[in-house]
Write a protein that binds this ligand. Sequence first.
Ligand SMILES: Cc1cc2nc3c(=O)[nH]c(=O)nc-3n(C[C@H](O)[C@H](O)[C@H](O)COP(=O)(O)OP(=O)(O)OC[C@H]3O[C@@H](n4cnc5c(N)ncnc54)[C@H](O)[C@@H]3O)c2cc1C
Length: 433
Amino acid sequence: MKKTDVVIVGSGCSGLYCALQLPRDKQILMITKSQAENSDSFLAQGGMCMLKNEEDYESYFEDTLRAGHYENDKKSVEIMIRSSQDVVSDLESYGACFQKDAQGNLMFTREGAHSQKRILFHEDVTGKEITSKLLEQVRKLPNVTIVENTRMLDIIRHDGQCCGIIAEKSDHSIEEIIAEVTVMATGGIGGLYQHSTNFRHLTGDALAIALRHKVELENINYIQIHPTTLYADETRSFLISESVRGEGAKLYDKHMNRFVDELLPRDVLTEAILKQMEKDGTDYVWEDLRTIPEKELQEHFPNIVEHCRKMGYDVTKECIPVVPAQHYFMGGVKVDYNSRTSLERLYAVGETACNGVHGRNRLASNSLLESLVFAKRAAKAIGSSYFCGNETITEAAGTVNLQDYRDVEALEKSYQKQVKDEIERVNKRKEIG
Ligand SMILES: Cc1cc2nc3c(=O)[nH]c(=O)nc-3n(C[C@H](O)[C@H](O)[C@H](O)COP(=O)(O)OP(=O)(O)OC[C@H]3O[C@@H](n4cnc5c(N)ncnc54)[C@H](O)[C@@H]3O)c2cc1C
């Protein structure tokens, strides 16, 4: 059995930033299912939104709501937009670099459903730039221990409070981790789908655990399909970032004719592509990046150019086949504006949490920002609320029978089934309603 002040589950941008923002005199244990770098945060290509200036506030707010079909929680949206400059300045202080012009001003790009350019970027590897710098900072902290290849199997619920977690370690032994506060930062659910841009090990474990303990969930049937991933034989679908379309890339049907406005919101564009594929009897449509000047293509999107080259396509000379794939999860464990779940001492941040920012459909490049803003708020709320000694936490130690977790494979299968069933159940209920 281990004891710590805070246990954070997940080493993506939300878990790392939360660790950095927690009080330095608290012991923090961060566990992560794979290696620390294997998170979707490292894969984010396009960039991160930021409020450029006061004049853009109304339009940024409206774009977020329009993309979300006006189902967004307006206060969450306001918090996210208003906190964006503070987050960017934190990131820069950690060493993250964003594209700047010759005068040293930040440069912005555009993606679908944005009425203007407001997305910060670092080539086409913005997520890696941000998350690697966060990880570097966390690794320097003496109060944080990162344990890799260790997965959360359950939370420890005792007397109506969350008192830590049960984890499977890399040697397959099962351990009880007692903590004053638990933060779930376990990312999305792409691993549940055959075609997804996510890491395969992201299977919505926090959702299954929440279901098991009747912790409230929200909008768990709100799943975003990305319209354009490379049609190729790969375990993880490779994203052709929306900012490529923002910079002028075009979509063609089988006759090489344009059939849609490429900058429509993701869900609407996905529907149009699927319809076109059905009409054409094809498994993909074509995307043309040759409409972007070659110099810009090489400088802004080197990762995409290189990946396509590896897969046999020279994007400067030919079109590439693209197809929609599961990409992002708007729903999740229901949280308040400080990322508190319905269970005392349990927090959820990042893609696994739902604070209502995205409504029914996420606006491109709002997710890194949302993850960071609400992870910081969680850290501040945790820092000011707990750690004054709690008997329930001490009593919880040894109350769980670890033998119940021996068959991890069966547990994992049943968790995945429970999440899929719940998504289906909510979908059906909405259809009937
Ligand atoms: C290809 C791609 C491109 C993207 N591009 C953009 C973009 O341009 N802009 C943007 O804003 N967003 C983008 N996104 C979305 C964004 O990257 C994610 O929403 C965000 O990074 C989520 O961060 P997170 O910290 O919540 O989760 P993640 O970064 O996914 O981290 C989840 C962590 O939880 C761990 N974990 C999961 N289950 C367990 C368990 N049971 N036990 C222990 N650990 C566990 C994982 O190992 C991982 O460390 C993109 C996503 C993808 C996949």
